[in-house]
Design a protein around this ligand. Structure first.
Ligand SMILES: *Cc1c(COP(=O)(O)O)cnc(C)c1O
Length: 429
């Protein structure tokens, strides 16, 4: 690309784009980094610089960019059909993918409802859980419960079950009332038991991010807590909604986080890694019991009145099918084991840095919490600095997130960790 072309793009970006989660006043003062192409785990900008994709393009990329099998599957699908609706019709890739997802999901999940992003996947689960109890005449079960510090997306329904004050405070009067459990881990579990004992009859569902609370800063649950939580919801007849938008598709070392503790939730919400990081697609998986709670004569008006225009998009579904095939063909999960161990070993060295407060890891999700002078801005500073070492990262406040594509090699992982280490050291100096 010529220098003048690159200059124009940078100018147009500042002039025309409003970036998500971004204070645009600050953005206008910086030079935008514009990605133009990619290969494997590397991104290339319009000036020709190459960067390692250290956070999988916001937690979505799985097998690398321009993965030949997924590319080919998309080309093949484009030659047949790019979009047709699931409202009143069906399509081939959507059907095949539903079958595949149910094959690999925790046992007992029987139905797939498609949408196109993580927020809607959660929102659909919330609406289904709520309406199920209404449909069967249990009219008092209307309340939703979630953890403090939970994050389930940015649409108003998923914001309602979110607990990160920074994202939610301003919308307080627009969102519906919920119950937030105090504390973390065993403490939250205790709070849940107390709550369910007292008010279980009023509670429709508990929404959680199993094992790792991503947006909260990679908070990792103590082992066994999720299973206990599941047992409590069963005991008190409350649905469990597992938001695996971030943890799904191998990120924690198993295909789904639920499988670490042998849990089958009533709803499993999937999105981010579903298409290998190619296209927007989400799914809410649920059980026969929930599904049956919507089977009535039409005139009773108990249908699930919900759907998105691009629901079950054939291109997205073809990418998702190819993504799962690559998992199998390349033994992605089996190869991940040694990389997770390597990551765990190397992460320990970060404690040598005085401004590292805590390092957290579950599988291929890691967070390095920084303390010290700038609090919320120090994370951004480190991520700006690490670009000089050829790495793209995106922090969560003062937590540096490492979540590379699962296809990264041990050598590349080592490079990523060393670059991050140096950047933190530089900023702390
Ligand atoms: C990212 C995320 C969401 C929201 O997904 P979007 O596709 O951004 O709407 C929901 N839940 C969790 C756990 C997430 O990490």
């Amino acid at each position: 690309m010529s220098k003048s072309q690159a200059r124009r793009l940078k100018q147009w970006d500042r002039e025309y784009i409003w970036h998500p989660f971004t204070q645009m006043k600050d953005w206008a003062k910086t030079e935008p980094l514009i990605i133009d192409s990619a290969d494997g785990i590397y991104l290339k900008d319009i000036d020709g610089n190459i960067y390692m994709d250290g956070v999988s393009s916001l937690w979505v990329n799985v097998h690398g960019h321009r993965q030949p099998d997924i590319d080919a599957a998309l080309v093949k699908q484009i030659a047949k059909l790019s979009h047709s609706t699931l409202l009143g019709l069906s399509n081939t890739p959507a059907i095949e993918l539903a079958k595949r997802l149910l094959d690999i999901a925790p046992k007992g999940l029987k139905k797939v409802f498609y949408s196109d992003n993580g927020s809607t996947a959660v929102e659909i689960a919330i609406k289904m859980a709520y309406q199920y109890w209404q449909n069967i005449g249990n009219l008092k079960k209307t309340c939703l419960v979630h953890l403090s510090n939970s994050y389930h997306g940015d649409t108003l329904g998923s914001v309602s079950v979110g607990g990160i004050d920074l994202f939610h405070k301003v919308y307080r009067k627009l969102i519906f009332k919920t119950i937030a459990l105090k504390g973390h881990g065993w403490e939250a579990l205790e709070a849940l038991e107390e709550l369910l004992k007292a008010r279980g009859n009023n509670i429709a569902a508990l929404v959680v991010e199993p094992l790792v609370q991503g947006a909260a800063g990679m908070l990792v649950w103590p082992e066994g807590a999720f299973k206990k939580m599941r047992d409590l919801t069963l005991k008190y007849n409350v649905f469990l909604i597992a938001d695996e938008v971030a943890t799904g598709f191998g990120r924690t070392g198993k295909m789904f986080a639920c499988q670490h503790e042998g849990v089958t939730p009533d709803f499993l919400c999937l999105a981010k890694g579903m298409t290998g990081g190619y296209l927007p697609l989400a799914a809410t998986l649920t059980t026969q019991k929930i599904y049956d709670g919507f089977l009535f004569d039409y005139k009773e008006q108990k249908t699930f009145f919900h759907g998105h225009t691009y629901t079950g998009n054939p291109l997205s579904c073809a990418a998702a099918l190819a993504n799962l095939e690559v998992f199998q063909r390349k033994h992605t999960l089996a190869k991940l084991g040694p990389k997770i161990k390597f990551l765990a070993k190397k992460l320990k060295m970060f404690y040598n840095l005085p401004f590292v407060a805590e390092v957290r890891q579950k599988g291929f999700m890691a967070g390095i919490e920084l303390r010290g002078r700038l609090e919320t801005l120090v994370g951004a500073e480190v991520c700006q600095r690490v670009r000089q070492y050829g790495v793209i990262l995106r922090p969560l406040g003062n937590v540096i997130v490492l979540m590379p594509p699962l296809s990264i090699s041990i050598e590349e992982l080592d490079f990523l960790l060393m670059a991050t280490y140096r950047a933190i050291e530089d900023v702390g100096a």
